[in-house]
Design a protein around this ligand. Structure first.
Ligand code: SAH
Length: 266
């Protein structure tokens, strides 16, 4: 009986994958995953034994991977970002517990962490996640919209920085409008907002704007939206949420340039 490694490969670029994730893929007998993610991997692991599957039917894919792992030594199931964040890792554990493994022990499951979209986007935007943040998916495919709304209201009201995954799809464009209305009811119009499409992938787009200017047309399923808290500022085009060091916000001369400025304690 083998091991199923659930591998988060990061946002897309080869440089953003961890050494452990790469090693798990290199040592796998079979690599299972949604074809788009496998194409990212194929670029630097051309000779691996890939078993691509279409998007959707995640349960079938995870079940496939588990059955393969019962027969092979090492099977890798690839996910983008971190495979445990809105990914297949939890599903694999659930299926492993629910499936009947007559005459053979169930495969071991190992989760290999990856850089999730919120962290990749944050790095491109500056440092928006410098203080408490909440991660919310706006997809109502598997979660009732009422639950999403309740969490969004609570997190927005508690002044968390927000990382919004799955902001919209063509099928539910109006949902994003609804989410925007909830945010605008409690956050100032000038609240900085970062919109990142295709982080560390072809077609990367990084936009810093403000809540008042955020529109549904700026987001799609390859986009993540980071909404600042009441302290978040835009400094030289970068979105920054202060940790609380008390650095003055307006630029002022360095001490050696004429005094009065903020002195860096060393
Ligand atoms: N497991 C993934 C998230 C899967 S949910 C992770 O940890 O990153 C899919 C959503 O993630 C997308 O709708 C988008 O909001 C976000 N996302 C994933 N990769 C992204 C990327 N490279 N750039 C921007 N957003 C991304």
């Amino acid at each position: 009986v083998g091991t199923l490694s659930i591998v988060g490969v990061g946002p897309g670029a080869e440089a953003q994958i961890t050494a452990a994730a790469r090693a798990a893929l290199e040592s796998a007998d079979v690599i299972v995953g949604y074809s788009l993610y496998l194409d990212l991997v194929r670029a630097w692991l051309p000779d691996a034994n890939f078993r691509p599957s279409p998007i959707g039917d995640e349960a079938a894919r995870a079940r496939d991977a588990l059955l393969l792992a019962a027969e092979h030594e090492r099977v890798a199931l690839v996910g983008s970002g971190d495979a445990g964040v809105y990914g297949l890792a939890g599903l694999a554990y659930e299926l492993r517990a629910a499936m009947v493994w007559t005459g053979r022990p169930p495969p071991e499951i190992e989760v290999v962490p990856g850089i999730t979209a919120a962290l990749a986007a944050a790095a491109l935007l500056g440092a928006p996640l410098g203080h408490d943040f909440a991660v919310i998916s706006l997809s109502d495919l598997l979660t009732p919209w009422e639950v999403i709304v309740r969490r969004l209201r609570a997190a927005a009201g508690a002044d968390f920085v927000l990382a919004l995954y799955n902001p919209t799809s063509t099928r539910r464009g109006h949902r994003f409008q609804e989410a925007l209305a909830i945010l605008r009811a409690v956050r100032a119009p000038e609240t900085p907002v970062g919109v990142v499409a295709n982080a560390y992938r072809e077609g990367q787009r990084v936009t810093v704007t403000e809540l008042a200017s955020l529109e549904a047309g700026m987001v799609d399923m390859l986009t993540i939206v980071l909404v600042g808290n009441s302290q978040t500022r835009v400094l030289d085009g970068k979105m920054v949420t202060p940790r609380g060091y008390g650095i003055p916000l307006s630029p002022n001369p360095l001490p050696h340039e004429g005094g009065g400025g903020f002195e860096c304690a060393r």
